[in-house]
Design a protein around this ligand. Structure first.
Ligand code: DX5
Ligand code: ZN
Length: 214
């Protein structure tokens, strides 16, 4: 699956930018609070407007402090998947249960420097795992290939039936990096600059998908 990140889209024309990625599996929406990460983007009112503007499932990536307080609103609004950071969550088990009870998939994200092993039990409560392959905060950064070891662990546990995760990767995914990520076992590839930096974003989505399936 390919999830274009609207972080690299034109924020003044978001409805058009959603239409431009027709055929994408999910649309990835980066919520940043200028506390958990050194950048500020958008919040629930904008996500509600996006939900009205597209039928593509919305994948919310909350790079915010205190997701225990804020994440539920995105699930209740109708986001398909709501991802919180393990580094920010206070009670991630309760959060996962609440997100699922509100009708969303529950996602957990780990920064490049955060190991996966301490969280393997916790991940039993989650539907998706978002492995960050750049430091969260900005689009257009270089892919950190070391994180693929964490993808392999999640893939292996999922294939064995110990976990039931959709494995997502986020950051630096493009024509040069997507094949190694696919080989490691990623299910869903987030791509911002590689999609919205292309002349034809829908074609870029199709090309990335074909490349990942090779
Ligand atoms: C970064 C965001 C990413 C970002 C990826 O903190 O979480 O979703 O949009 O952008 P690219 O694909 O350009 O690395
Ligand atoms: Zn993201």
């Amino acid at each position: 699956m390919i999830a274009p990140s609207i972080l690299s889209a034109d924020f003044a024309r978001l409805a058009d930018e959603l239409a431009a990625v027709e055929g994408a599996d999910w649309v990835h929406v980066d919520v940043m609070d200028a506390h958990f990460v050194p950048n500020l983007t958008l919040g629930l009112p904008v996500v509600k407007a996006l939900l009205k503007a597209t039928d593509i499932p919305i994948d919310c990536h909350l790079m915010i402090d205190d997701p225990d307080r804020w994440a539920i609103g995105y699930a209740e609004a109708g986001a398909y998947n709501v991802t919180v950071h393990v580094e920010a969550a206070n009670d991630p088990v309760k959060l996962a249960k609440d997100l699922k009870a509100a009708g969303a998939k529950a996602g957990l994200s780990i920064k490049p420097g955060t190991p996966i092993e301490p969280y393997l039990d916790l991940l039993k409560h989650y539907d998706t795992l978002l492995v960050m392959s750049v430091e969260p905060g900005f689009g257009g950064q270089d892919f950190i290939a070391d994180v693929l070891d964490k993808v392999r662990v999640a893939r292996d546990r999922t294939d064995k039936g110990e976990l039931n995760l959709i494995v997502e990767i986020d950051g630096g995914i493009n024509a040069d990096t997507i094949e190694q990520a696919a080989e490691a076992g990623v299910d869903c590839f987030v791509a911002g600059s590689a999609v919205y930096g292309a002349d034809d974003p829908a074609r870029a989505v199709a090309a990335l998908r074909a490349q990942a399936a090779r």
